[in-house]
Write a protein that binds this ligand. Structure first.
Ligand SMILES: *[C@@H]1O[C@H](CO)[C@@H](O)[C@H](O)[C@H]1NC(C)=O
Ligand SMILES: *[C@@H]1O[C@H](CO)[C@@H](O)[C@H](O)[C@H]1NC(C)=O
Ligand SMILES: *[C@@H]1O[C@H](CO)[C@@H](O)[C@H](O)[C@H]1NC(C)=O
Ligand SMILES: *[C@@H]1O[C@H](CO)[C@@H](O)[C@H](O)[C@H]1NC(C)=O
Ligand SMILES: *[C@@H]1O[C@H](CO)[C@@H](O)[C@H](O)[C@H]1NC(C)=O
Length: 567
């Protein structure tokens, strides 16, 4: 029944089309010639249209027909979007985002804009001191205010440029894909098919240092293992931070057969007796082999791809190891998730990590909350120009519970989010309790999830958060402002930067840089100047920070077969 009615309908449509076609094709002729016989044809056509009209009663259910047309239409549309997607992913695989040169120049401009404003700001502040009470003070103040606005505008323009044509999507895709490859390589290296034959590298956890320091130590072991094709094992013994050992908190880093074997490097003084098992003694630089592979080097085989989408390849690379290590046992996972839930985490959010109790005065200087907040203020100023900001949220991680009260009093316009339990447990007296470890882990994870972070790179926690942040973003290399050091890795080889413009000393403490010189960088003072050692002259001192540029260190490492390592 249904079928026959459809047939009738299709038949009618055909008649209709033929008629129309005929009409159109004869129309011209008819108009010009006025041929009687053509006119006859026209009448015939018109009458057949009438026939069609007469037959319309036979269409029993127009809505059914309409539905069918709709389905057809949807199918067609689906087909075309499918085509579209296919075409786009082809473009992605073929074109692969902006060129490396484009990205290098763009990042260069970003740095220049920042260094320029740091330089100007610092000099203007000096000038303001000199012009107190004079007419020029007003001008300097205006310059500081307008300069700030101009800088913000330039930063936002560059931000927009970074994401022109949704390039950020491409960055994210690249970052996740390459990250997946590294995770698979690590997984396969750490889970050798033959436990007995695998060459091992024992990572001894005897450093008496903070948790961040210990975690970085394991990263150090893992990078050494990766570069030497050795499986890293952690002895399942007592560990300061969790008396029942690493695996009571984290998932095992290597195949269970290796732990069960209870392998230990047999050592006779410094001579390792079993060449298939070696270990790293406490001090990072002790490992007696060539250490060119150490950060800030990245593996040669991924360097080109990595440098294209990321502004700090070494941080991304280290981040992959942090990601591999931070796989929690269910109990740890649960404790951390509950903590995060308590905080009602929502984005956008900025983060500050204010370190007070332990390290200050020993390793690092104290930084007042104002120093952090000036950057947070600036960042929210930029964000507001890009999107509406309802609440200015700041995640505060600190080892001192009093900091929360201080920032709440001083910055009422902000919504501070902080886990006071974590701050209390970070007290050095509680340091080796499990809750304290959960707290540190929660801090690292939350800091890494902030859209913008202000902390001190002298802190291992701050660096861990920064490293981890890179693994789930496209390029978050400039989402952090350090108040002290530049990014570094404990035990890294010399960080070398190239001179791109000569520097002539102007004041005491500055050094000369020439074309083709290179510098072992010591730090950026965040006031337009950096400090370093001219590797040609041996002089150490200051120069304008924009005059040097990073040189990516590539290290030949084993070429792990990705397909082989798919687990
Ligand atoms: C009119 O049409 C008929 C048949 O199509 C044709 O034989 C005749 O020559 C035409 N006359 C003119 C004036 O075009
Ligand atoms: C036409 O089809 C719709 C559902 O597709 C139905 O609800 C309606 O009763 C039908 N009408 C006739 C006249 O069959
Ligand atoms: C989280 O949200 C709940 C319900 O809205 C509220 O009761 C609680 O105080 C909030 N917690 C924090 C830390 O803001
Ligand atoms: C810098 O090095 C390049 C290549 O090594 C050389 O061609 C150039 O002359 C050098 N420039 C100076 C100023 O020494
Ligand atoms: C690493 O060593 C194993 C043997 O232990 C070997 O089968 C594998 O091919 C090596 N991988 C690389 C990338 O050299």
């Amino acid at each position: 029944m249904k079928l026959s009615s459809r047939r009738t309908f299709i038949g009618m449509i055909l008649v209709w089309f033929v008629t129309i076609f005929y009409l159109l094709s004869t129309m011209n002729e008819y108009k010009t010639s006025g041929n009687q016989s053509n006119q006859d044809h026209l009448f015939q056509a018109i009458s057949s249209i009438r026939d069609v009209k007469h037959q319309k009663e036979e269409i029993r259910n127009v809505s059914e027909l309409w539905r069918e047309i709709k389905i057809l239409q949807e199918k067609l549309l689906q087909g075309s979007t499918f085509h579209h997607q296919e075409a786009r992913s082809n473009v992605e695989t073929d074109v692969k985002g902006p060129s490396l040169h484009h990205e290098e120049v763009r990042r260069r401009v970003e740095t220049d804009v920042d260094e320029f404003w740091r330089y100007m700001k610092s000099k203007l502040h000096k000038l303001r001191e000199l012009s107190r009470g004079k007419d020029t003070e007003l001008i300097v103040n205006a310059m500081l205010e307008d300069g700030q606005a101009l800088h913000r505008s330039a930063v936002n323009d560059l931000y927009a440029l970074k994401n022109v044509d949704d390039i950020d999507e491409w960055r994210l895709k690249e970052s996740l894909e390459l990250g997946e490859i590294i995770q698979k390589r690590l997984n396969s290296l750490q889970h050798p098919k033959n436990c007995q034959k695998a060459k091992l590298f024992v990572c001894e956890m005897k450093n008496n240092c903070g948790f961040g320091c210990q975690l970085h130590h394991v990263v150090y072991c893992m990078i050494t293992g990766y570069a030497n094709n050795r499986t890293v094992v952690i002895p399942a013994t007592h560990w300061q931070y969790a008396p029942s050992g690493w695996e009571s908190v984290f998932q095992p880093i290597s195949a269970p057969c290796l732990q069960a074997n209870g392998v230990f490097p047999e050592r006779d003084g410094h001579n390792i007796l079993r060449p298939d098992v070696s270990s790293l003694v406490g001090v990072e630089n002790d490992f007696p082999i060539n250490n060119d592979y150490l950060p800030l080097a990245v593996p040669d085989d991924i360097a080109d791809r990595l440098l294209r989408f990321h502004g700090n390849p070494a941080a991304w690379w280290i981040g992959q190891f942090v990601k591999y290590l931070l796989k929690f046992q269910p109990s740890t996972q649960k404790a951390i998730e509950e903590g995060i839930k308590r905080l009602n985490w929502t984005t956008p959010i900025a983060g500050i990590h204010v370190r007070r109790t332990d390290k200050v005065n020993h390793e690092a200087g104290k930084h007042e909350v104002e120093e952090y907040m000036v950057h947070i203020d600036e960042w929210y100023g930029q964000l507001k120009e890009r999107q509406p900001v309802l609440k200015k949220r700041v995640f505060l991680a600190s080892d001192d519970p009093n900091v929360l009260q201080e920032v709440q009093q001083k910055y009422p316009g902000y919504d501070f989010i902080s886990d006071q339990e974590v701050s209390k447990s970070a007290d050095p007296r509680n340091r080796y309790q499990l809750t304290s470890l959960y707290g540190v882990l929660q801090d690292i994870i939350l800091l890494s999830r902030c859209n913008y972070l202000v902390c001190t790179f002298s802190s291992q926690i701050c660096r861990l958060a920064y490293e981890l942040m890179q693994t789930y973003n496209g390029d978050a290399s400039s989402n952090v402002q350090s108040l002290d050091d530049m990014f570094y890795f404990g035990g890294q080889t010399e960080h070398i930067m190239d001179v791109r413009e000569p520097h002539v000393p102007r004041e005491q403490g500055e050094i000369r840089l020439d074309w083709n010189d290179s510098v072992g960088i010591a730090g950026n003072h965040w006031n337009g100047y950096s400090k370093g050692r001219n590797r040609r002259t041996g002089e150490t001192g200051l120069f304008l920070a924009y005059k040097i540029k990073d040189r990516l260190k590539r290290a030949k490492m084993p070429l792990y077969n990705v397909k082989e390592s798919v687990s």
